[in-house]
Write a protein that binds this ligand. Structure first.
Ligand SMILES: [Zn+2]
Ligand SMILES: [Zn+2]
Length: 280
């Protein structure tokens, strides 16, 4: 029997230094977390000096953290029809993969992108080409890229399992996987509220994406309704998903790291984690 809260964590802050995330993890008693390796809303492309990498690895070693992963910048759009933005996004993703690899992070989570003026098929083709280029240029790295399902807000792609499946198939790399966000899936129209619809959703996922490609989970409740295509995370048990969905997620995916991405202000991380641990 695994302990309550096994591979359950939150998105940690790295303000004041990357290694500070381990301090937060220690306080919260979590064994996995997600970080931004640099400011997620800026076009910067850091390469970390050995001292920073060593400090990070040292803090990791003295912690009980098992898995750490990053979330890519929100600015990236590998699907863009604008060649300049697309190539900027490719460079940024290459930088992200290298940072992850240098820090020993298993993977970085990526939003597939937005189609804007194009068809979804054209947008998906751009993503496939871009990812092939990123993998070709980071051949000596082992860190993986995980496509996150989106809520389908605006012209975002990745809100249908078909999109994720098409990218996986098109890129065909062992370094590509999937991160499943419960809020996004629900907002995109995948119902997780009853056992029947929960199982149907996962059968769809198995058929179109493949369970073996699922390497991370974001556990967020949803402010938006089923199929609303609104990307607004809510605290666990406060949104439209209901606690059963989280209970089944914890039971079904006990060996996959699960991260909360809910508002951190006050004591919310602790309260959300406690709620989830009690479901175990
Ligand atoms: Zn995300
Ligand atoms: Zn997410």
């Amino acid at each position: 029997m695994k302990k309550a809260g096994h591979l359950l964590g939150v998105h940690c802050s790295v303000s004041g230094g990357l290694h500070n995330a381990f301090e937060e993890a220690g306080k919260l008693g979590i064994d996995t977390f997600q970080i931004f390796t640099q400011n997620q809303r800026q076009w910067i492309n850091k390469k970390y000096e050995p001292e920073i990498i060593n400090a990070f690895k040292k803090s990791w070693k003295s912690s009980s953290v098992i898995t750490v992963f990053s979330h890519c910048s929100y600015l990236l759009n590998l699907a863009s029809e604008d060649e300049v933005l697309r190539s900027k996004s490719i460079d940024a993703l290459i930088g992200e993969v290298i940072r992850c690899n240098d820090l020993g992070l298993s993977f970085c989570v990526l939003h597939p992108g937005a189609a804007k003026g194009q068809t979804e098929a054209q947008a998906l083709d751009h993503v496939i080409d871009a990812l092939k280029q990123v993998f070709a240029e980071t051949k000596n790295c082992t860190s993986k890229i995980l496509l996150e399902n989106t809520a389908g807000q605006g012209t975002s792609i990745g809100y249908r399992f078909e999109h994720l499946g098409a990218i996986l198939k098109g890129v065909d790399s062992v370094r590509l996987g999937v991160c499943f966000d419960t809020c996004h899936a629900f907002a995109a129209g995948y119902d997780l509220r009853t056992k029947t619809t929960f199982d149907q959703t996962w059968m769809e996922f198995d058929r179109l994406v493949g369970r073996n490609n699922l390497l991370a989970i974001h556990l967020n409740d949803s402010k938006g309704d089923l199929g609303s295509r609104i990307d607004r995370h809510d605290h666990i048990g406060h949104g439209k998903l209901g606690m059963d969905a989280f209970r089944w997620m914890l039971h079904e995916f006990s060996d996959i790291p699960k991260i909360l991405e809910t508002e951190k202000e006050g004591d919310w991380d602790n309260m959300n984690l406690t709620k989830l641990r009690e479901l175990n």
